[in-house]
Design a protein around this ligand. Structure first.
Ligand SMILES: Cc1ncc(COP(=O)(O)O)c(C=O)c1O
Length: 364
């Protein structure tokens, strides 16, 4: 007899990047470098770290359910109203809240075939149908997505930039897409990696929220601010849209330390600048080294790069692991001959290139 709801049997659980401690245990290694989850290689924002230490004695208390001070700070930072904001236990939770709030059981979401897995996983757990549209040259194909939208479709999820390909859709493309979208269809622009953008035509998407009730932007403190372990992200939307999402939110979803850290991180301009510099310099180094090794990659506007290793990516991932280097295999995304690497510090990137070369040359 099946004990779970029917949908659960169709779900493949999210396979997270391998934790450093697990790799150490498994291979008896002292030093392991993790370039698998697009985290900040410089650690957390120092201002956030100090704020966490100051907040620690208060963890006997529940956190502020409404994230009052964080919302206040964010609204100033973004030049928006507090009523435009809802905080989440990572932007992961906001994806869940969006689907629970807006997508009926007989409705579907639409997204790309190779994109952030959570859109699909959350929908499947909740029993909502997922329509996927192939990427075009590793990029979201908005024209084809538009053609596939049917009357049961309730939300479009666009990872912009796209994880795992690192490509983006431009402001003009989003503008064209938004025009004449069916009424009642939500457009979710997931901008987890927006801080790393190094192009001019990336959407200034807040203007879309100001014009349309049906646009939701997702942001996170996990990447550029280095707070992945604390879990805090937010959504920006029109106040009526936010107020509906509030009904599906757990009361104490953002923990006390995460709120304190996020408030402080927003003031840490120098950390953000340093992070961007490390990512941009690291990317230039990796591109150059990969070209020299003859390894094809997808040009990225993010802090990670998708590589075509020309053979089973899982084998390459396993080979690199033995040398204490964790990258991401891409099997779950349907990209058999690829791996994804997060841009690390200068030293980490050099080590990555050395180990990749060894593994591809067949050393083990
Ligand atoms: C595109 C995208 N959206 C959302 C997330 C989730 O981020 P968070 O840590 O805020 O839950 C990630 C994390 O990898 C991501 O790649």
């Amino acid at each position: 007899m099946n004990i779970a709801r029917k949908n659960i049997y169709n779900v493949t659980a999210y396979a997270a990047g391998k934790p450093i401690e697990e790799a150490k245990r498994q291979f008896g290694l002292k030093k392991v470098i993790k370039l698998a989850s697009n985290e900040n290689p410089l650690g957390p924002s120092p201002k956030a770290l100090r704020a966490v230490k100051r907040a620690l004695p208060a963890i006997n208390r529940y956190p502020d359910s409404h994230c009052f001070y964080l919302k206040k700070k964010l609204s100033k930072f973004l030049n928006l109203e507090q009523s435009n904001l809802i905080l989440g236990n990572g932007s992961d939770e906001l994806i869940d809240i969006i689907i629970k709030t807006f997508v009926e059981e007989d409705e579907s979401i639409i997204t790309a075939d190779i994109t952030f897995l959570e859109y699909k996983i959350v929908s499947q757990v909740l029993g909502r149908r997922v329509i996927t549209v192939p990427l075009r040259y590793f990029k979201y194909d908005l024209a084809s997505i538009k053609k596939k939208i049917d009357k049961n479709c309730k939300a479009v999820f666009i990872s912009n930039p796209n994880n795992p390909t690192g490509t983006y859709v431009s402001e003009d493309e989003v503008e064209d897409f938004i025009n004449d979208l069916p009424e009642g269809l939500l457009l979710v622009l997931d901008e987890a990696y927006d801080t790393f953008i190094d192009v001019d035509d990336f959407p200034r998407s807040i203007k879309f929220v100001k014009r349309h009730n049906n646009v939701i932007i997702l942001k996170t403190f996990s990447k550029a601010y280095g707070l992945a372990g604390l879990r805090v992200g937010y959504a920006i939307a029109a106040p009526p849209t936010v107020s509906l999402m509030e009904r599906a939110r757990q009361p104490f979803n953002v923990n006390l330390l995460a709120q304190a850290a996020a408030i402080a991180a927003l003031d840490d301009d120098s950390f953000l600048a340093k992070t961007r510099k490390v990512v941009l310099e690291g990317k230039a180094y990796l591109y150059d080294s990969l070209r020299k090794l003859g390894i094809a990659y997808v040009p990225s506007v993010t802090n990670f790069i998708l590589l075509d290793v020309g053979r089973d990516g899982t084998e390459v991932f396993k080979g690199m692991l033995k040398f204490g280097l964790i990258v991401r295999e891409m099997k779950q995304y349907g990209l058999k001959n690829f791996i994804r690497v997060t841009i690390g510090t200068g030293k980490e990137n050099e080590r990555f290139i050395r180990v990749l070369k060894k593994v591809l040359e067949g050393h083990s």
